[in-house]
Every structure is written in structure tokens, then in C-alpha cells.
Design a protein around this ligand. Structure first.
Ligand code: ZN
Length: 292
């Protein structure tokens, strides 16, 4: 089954919610970057959250980037989504590892360490908007929900889960996000807190075979809700030779000449999909001439 998300509104528009299955996008990301299990979990959680935040921008061309940097073994993770929830991302040290927690779970918090989260929104305006906060736990869901609350004053419940198979492929990945919209009743907060108390973790829900639809039903049934959207989401890199070419040209004529003399060609690898772009000497010389 392909990955998909559903969007819903509840409590007469006071709540907006998303739930998604992201197993394939995270498996693709883990294979591209050959991530360790804990790095796969960190990347998968961040990709899923980025997808939700991309969908929330409400405009297909908008871009949102979540960058988490820490002093732990994986160094941090970056994920970008467009307004359709299509994501790409990477881990700074994909092979970084940590011992599991005493309960056998992957220790994402220790793998990330202490650090910061930065969320950048490029909404097609002149300057992208960026906000940075200290990490709360390094578990990612808590850090991103904390960012939404502190930076955008939007009470947010975010739950993310990734489980890894013995062969390091992604067994299951998914998440849900619930936000209270401006003007919400305080009673809704109490009601939501009561639901969330003792609510199973996302990995438990996935192990039980719950789907985005049944998860949102468990969360929102008592508020009355409508599913307003259901669409596929995926890991998607939009890199292209012409864009890589302008990036190479932007290093300037001096460095370009140096590459031509010393290496005779340029090899550029996309951070997000690992695609290689090779520029031979002839092409580099043409690029040098046209940028003079
Ligand atoms: Zn790419």
C-alpha cells in the first residue's frame, strides 16, 4: 500500500488534524542514506512531521524545512516538505549509533543529544521566515510540538513512530498531529488532555494494525469530525541538472578554473537523493566562459 495522509477538522472547526502512514517514504530515505536504525528513526520521525507542516502551509509551492542539530552521535537531521507533503531529507552522520534504551527502544534522544531546532518557512515572500528554539527532549515529536506552541502559539499534539525490521528496512512509520485553531474553547483542551492520557504510542498503534483513519477516529470521535482530504505522500527529490549546474557556476570563475586545471571534471552528489551529476571538462570550460 502506498503512503497517504488524511486531513480532518473536528469540534466545529476548532481542531485540525492529520494522520499519515509514511512507511515507504521512510524506507526509501533509509535506503538512500544507509542509515543506522536509530538514524532511520530520527529521519523518519522528522520526515513525517515535515510532511504535516508542509501540508499545513496550504500552498503547493511553499517549502518548509525542519533542521535539528545536536551534539549526539548522529549530529542532527534535516527534512524539507513542499505544500503537497512531498518530503526529502538527510541525517548529518547517518551511521551514528547509540545503545537502545533499557526497554529495548531506539534512543533517538541520545542519538541527537542537546541542541536546537530551526524551522524555516519559504512562503514565496522575499525573506523566508525562520525560528530557532532549544530542543526539549531530542525525541523530535515533543520538540516540534514545542516549537509550534512557543513560536506560533498553536497548542499542538504530535505523535510520531518508526519501527525497524531485523534487516534494517522500515517495518512501519506514521504519525498524527492535532492542532487547536485560534478561538478554541478551553473545555476542548481538557477533553483532549483526557484522551491523550494513556493513549497508546504511535508504534503500538501501528503494531495493532491501526490506519490513519482508525487512529483519527480514536482521537476525534467524541468531538465530531469530518475527513476533508486524503492523498498520497512520498519521498521526492526535485534536483535537476540545470539547477546543480547553476550551483557549480555560483562558486565563481576563480574556483571554477581551479577545478578545470586540477580535477578536469566536477562531480556533485545530491544531498537528498544521492544522484550524481558529472560535469566534464568541455562543459566546465563552457560554463567558465559564459560566467565571465
Ligand atoms: Zn536529488
Amino acid at each position: 500500500m502506498r503512503d497517504y495522509y488524511i486531513r480532518a477538522t473536528a469540534a466545529n472547526g476548532q481542531i485540525r488534524a492529520f494522520a499519515a502512514n509514511t512507511t515507504q517514504m521512510v524506507d526509501k530515505a533509509a535506503k538512500i542514506h544507509s542509515t543506522s536504525p536509530v538514524a532511520s528513526a530520527a529521519l523518519g520521525r522528522t520526515l513525517t512531521a515535515a510532511s504535516f507542516m508542509g501540508l499545513m502551509t496550504g500552498n503547493n509551492d511553499d517549502l518548509i524545512t525542519i533542521s535539528i542539530k545536536g551534539d549526539g552521535p548522529i549530529g542532527g537531521v534535516l527534512a524539507t516538505s513542499d505544500g503537497l507533503g512531498r518530503v526529502k531529507g538527510y541525517v548529518h552522520n547517518p551511521q551514528g549509533n547509540t545503545p537502545n534504551k533499557p526497554n529495548g527502544k531506539l534512543d533517538v534522544s541520545a542519538a541527537i543529544g542537546f541542541g536546537h531546532i530551526t524551522v524555516t518557512k519559504d512562503l514565496g515572500l522575499k525573506e523566508p521566515y525562520a525560528g530557532t528554539l532549544e530542543l526539549i527532549s531530542g525525541e523530535i515529536a515533543e520538540d516540534i510540538a514545542g516549537y509550534c506552541f512557543q513560536s506560533e502559539q498553536t497548542p499542538t499534539v504530535l505523535s510520531l513512530g518508526v519501527t525497524i525490521d531485523k534487516d534494517y528496512s522500515i517495518k512501519q512509520s506514521g504519525g498524527f498531529l492535532i492542532q487547536l485553531m485560534p478561538g478554541y474553547d478551553d473545555a476542548i483542551v481538557d477533553q483532549l488532555e483526557a484522551i491523550m492520557t494513556g493513549f497508546p504510542s504511535l508504534t503500538q498503534l501501528l503494531d495493532l494494525g491501526e490506519t490513519p483513519e482508525t487512529i483519527l477516529d480514536l482521537l476525534l470521535a467524541e468531538f465530531g469530525y469530518n475527513i476533508t482530504e486524503k492523498n498520497e505522500i512520498s519521498y521526492y527529490c526535485d534536483c535537476a541538472r540545470h539547477r546543480v549546474k547553476s550551483a557549480v557556476m555560483s562558486i565563481g570563475t576563480k574556483d571554477l578554473s581551479k577545478i578545470i586545471e586540477e580535477d578536469g571534471q566536477a562531480e556533485v552528489t545530491c544531498h537528498f537523493c544521492a544522484k550524481q551529476y558529472i560535469f566534464e571538462k568541455d562543459e566546465l570550460e563552457e560554463m567558465l566562459n559564459s560566467s565571465r
